[in-house]
Structure formats: C-alpha cells, structure tokens
Design a protein around this ligand. Structure first.
Ligand code: UD1
Ligand code: MG
Length: 455
C-alpha cells in the first residue's frame, strides 16, 4: 500500500502572480499535473492512493484535482511543509509507506522514485542532488560515513553549510507510522517560523532510524519558485521533447524553435519546419510536412499531409494526403477527408469537407458539409448566422461553386449542381441544375464617364 502525498498548498509568493504557483503551465500543462502523472504511475504499480494538499488558491485547483481521481486534504493556514504533511496523514492508516512529493518539483520520474521505495521498511529515504547553484535549497548534512544526519534550510544555514552542494529535493519515503510518530515533534523555531518537514530527518536519526540519501539527477529535483526558474525548466522540458521526436525519426529543421505542449505523437518521416507549435493531445501521421510557423492545437493529422506555412489548426481532423495553406485557419469541428485541398486565407469551422474536394482561396466555410469532388470557388462565403441563430449549408458531391458566391443558410445544393459566380443562393438547388442569382449583364455603348466640374 502506497500513500502518495503531494504538497501544493503554498502561495508561491515568488511567482508574483494571482494564480497559485502549481497551476502555472509547464510544457502546456499545470506544474502540478506533471507530479500527479508520476504519482499515478506509481499507484498503478504499487496500489494505494494520491492525496493532494491544497490551501492557497484552492478554488483554482480542487475541482480539477478531483477530476484526476486524487483525494484532497485542506491546509487552511500554510504553517510549513511539516504541518502540510501532518494534515494529509491525520486520518491515514498507519499501514504501508508514505511517499511525499512537492507540487513544485515536476520533473521527477517513477524511475527516479523507485529506489526510495525499495529502501527497507523501517527506514526513511530522501532524494537529493548535487547541484552547481544550491542557493535557496535545504542542504544535506552527512556524517563521515556518508549517512544523512539532518537537512538545514538555506535561510538557517551557516556559511560552511551553505557551501554544501548536495541539496534536498523535498521528496521522502518512509513508513507512514514513522512520519506519524515524528511529525508531532517538529517545532517551528527557525528563520521562517514554519514547521519544516525536513526536521523529520534529524528526528529520525535521534530515534536511531537510518536515513538514506539517494542522489538523483539535478534536473529531476529542481523546484520552481519564480518565473525565471519556470522559464529555465520550460527550456529543459522542451529540449527533452524535441530530442525524443528526433530519436523517433522526425526531422526538426530548427529544433530550438519548435514548442511541444501536452501529449504529442508524431510519426516517422515527418518534417517539421521552424517556428512550429504543437499543443496536444495531438497526432501527426507518417510522412507529413509541417510548414514554417504552423500552430496546431488538439488535431489529428493522417499520413502524407502537407501543411503549408502559417496554417493554424484547432480541434480538427485532417485526412490522408490533404493539402492545407499557406495561411489557412481551420477552427474547431473541421473534418477534412482524404485528398482535400484548403488554400490560402480560407477559414473553416464545424465543417466537413469530402474526399478530393477543394476550397482553395479566400473563403469562409462554417456549419457546413461539402460532399466529394466538389470545388468551392474563390471568395465563397457560407452565411451561417442570421443574427440570432446558426444554420447549416449542405453541398453535395461534384458541386461547382462559382467565385464570390454567398450561400445563405439553411440551404442545400444537390449533387452535380453548378452555382454561377457572384450568386447569392437563398433557396435549395436541385441536383445537376445551374443556379445563378445575379443581375443580367447590360452594355451601354460609347459610355461617357462623368467629367469633373470646372472651378
Ligand atoms: C523546500 C524544502 C527544501 C528543499 C526545497 C526543494 C522545507 C522546509 N524545505 O523548500 O529543503 O530544498 O523545498 O524544492 O520543506 N507547501 C504546503 N504547505 C505549506 C508550505 C509549503 O503545501 O505550509 C508546499 C508548497 O506548495 C510547495 C512545497 O510545499 O509545493 C514546497 O514549499 P516551498 O515553500 O516551495 O519550499 P522551499 O522553500 O522551496
Ligand atoms: Mg519550492
């Protein structure tokens, strides 16, 4: 039985923000979400539950944490990390182990945590790291044999202690009963007048328990306390994700300019040009070409699709071998079948475009469906909104829409119909008919233009 407690009640004053620190986004997801994902992987493996301690700004956190299947503990006043864990363990069973994670230390992985859990049952283990710049972190004090004796917070440390480069990650594992025994002994006699969870280490040693300091990689134990650290960590995560894509056979022309948020799946032989942003969940099939400056949010792109530069796609499905852009905007609910073409300055929304159909220039296609092999001419607009309600436009297969036509919805155009250029279509058109609704052309021979009046 594994009891995982994530501490996330602090304000994070150093972020200078109204949003609680752990809700700021790292690679497109709240900092806290990265920690919860790791916790859930371990709970799936060992059994048990995840409890998140919230307090400051809980109205921004609690509902969302609930939907992720975690329990909540409420820390009304943030009296320190020791106080936060006390609250989380108040009603916990004394059986099994407790693993403490910090909501602001997001890069730790299940692989790094497993050795802490492997430590024998009556010991406490703490995850540490050797870092270049230990300022701000608690320092790990070991004896000559390398056993951990205590943790000293930066603010409370002497000059010699501050010179120690091994820091506390804030991540510990111990039998729940051991924490429950030690926590009531923690005092708040320190620079911040807080109940420090770190004091459990010296208390455990005093009780004769062994404390194992397990050293992990520096990046994995980095905490986020201000916007500079958040930015630095974003760069680390992005570098890792770009590298994962490169290893999977994706070509990134300029890796440093590609941003990857959330869960992203990209097939082999995909070429991604510079300045592309991918916001997941998103998938791109093999052999696609994602042009310069494209911005993709929650899309499903099949194989061999070409996205020309500066196309913006959101909540959209793109079928095989479609060609899109440059400068296309595909809004939520767009579903493009295979071999479709969407050209420059075309906006679609809640629109289905059938196999092989083309909307190549300067159009708005909203709340519409277009059948197969139809051609929608330049400047076509679906007038879907009557000022109060939205209506649908339905075009059949092999329809030809002449340039600069308006389709006033609700309206249906049958298979094989042709609409003359410049028409305003307000009534349904039967299959194979030609519908034209513009004034017949007149010619006035030898026409004299008006002349400017003399002064
Ligand atoms: C803490 C550790 C420090 C360690 C560092 C690693 C203590 C006393 N210090 O310092 O040794 O090197 O993390 O990043 O533990 N929190 C609560 N309730 C509270 C106070 C804090 O839930 O009353 C939560 C915060 O939301 C945060 C985490 O605990 O997620 C850590 O708190 P923070 O104030 O950032 O501690 P640090 O000063 O970073
Ligand atoms: Mg911190």
């Amino acid at each position: 039985m594994l009891n995982i407690v994530i501490l996330a009640a602090g304000k994070g004053s150093r972020m200078q923000s109204r949003l609680p620190k752990v809700m700021h986004l790292l690679a497109g997801e709240p900092i806290l979400f990265h920690v919860i994902r790791t916790a859930k992987t371990l709970v799936d493996e060992f059994g048990g539950a995840v409890t998140v301690v919230t307090g400051h700004g809980r109205e921004h956190i609690d509902d969302w944490v609930g939907t992720l299947g975690c329990r909540l503990a409420y820390q009304d006043r943030q009296l320190g990390t020791g106080h936060a864990l006390t609250i989380a363990l108040e009603n916990a069973s004394a059986e099994g182990k407790t693993l403490v994670l910090y909501g602001d230390v997001p890069l730790v992985t299940p692989d790094i945590l497993r050795p802490l859990l492997a430590v024998s049952d009556d010991h406490l283990s703490v995850l540490t790291a050797i870092v270049k710049d230990p300022a701000g972190y608690g320092r790990i004090i070991r004896n000559g044999d390398g056993d951990v004796l205590s943790i000293v917070e930066h603010r409370d440390a002497s000059a010699t202690e501050r010179a120690i480069c091994e820091i506390n990650s804030g991540i510990y594992a111990a039998p729940t009963a051991l924490f429950q025994r030690l926590l009531p002994q923690v005092k708040n006699t320190n620079a911040q007048e807080e109940y420090y969870l770190t004091d459990c280490v010296a208390l455990a040693v005093a009780e004769g328990a062994i404390v194992h300091g397990i050293t992990g990689p520096e990046a994995a134990v980095m905490g986020i306390n201000d916007k500079a650290q958040l930015a630095q960590m974003e760069q680390l995560v992005q570098a890792e994700r770009r590298n994962a894509l490169l290893q999977a056979g994706v070509t990134l022309r300029d890796p440093s300019s590609v941003y990857i948020m959330g869960e992203v799946e990209v097939g082999a032989d995909v070429v991604i040009e510079p300045n592309v942003t991918l916001i997941g969940p998103l998938s791109i099939g093999t052999g696609c070409h994602i042009g310069f400056g494209c911005h993709l949010t929650r899309v499903e792109v099949a194989e061999q699709v070409v996205l020309k530069p500066y196309s913006v796609l959101e909540d959209t499905h793109v079928g095989e071998a479609a060609q899109i852009g440059p400068f296309a905007r595909l809004r939520p609910g767009t579903r493009l079948a295979a071999n479709t073409h969407i050209g420059n300055f075309v906006e679609t929304k809640n629109a289905e475009i059938g196999v092989g159909s083309k909307v190549n220039h300067l159009s708005y296609i909203g709340d519409a469906s277009v059948g197969e092999l139809s051609n929608v001419g330049a400047g076509t607009i679906t007038c879907n909104y009557d000022g109060a309600n939205k209506h649908r436009t339905v075009l059949g297969d092999r329809v030809f829409v002449g340039s600069n036509s308006s389709l006033v919805a609700p309206v249906t155009v049958g298979d094989g119909a042709t609409l003359g250029a410049g028409s305003v279509i307000t009534r349904d058109v039967e299959p194979d008919a030609l519908a034209v609704s513009r004034a017949p052309q007149k010619s006035i021979p030898s026409y004299q233009r008006p002349k400017k009046a003399k002064e």
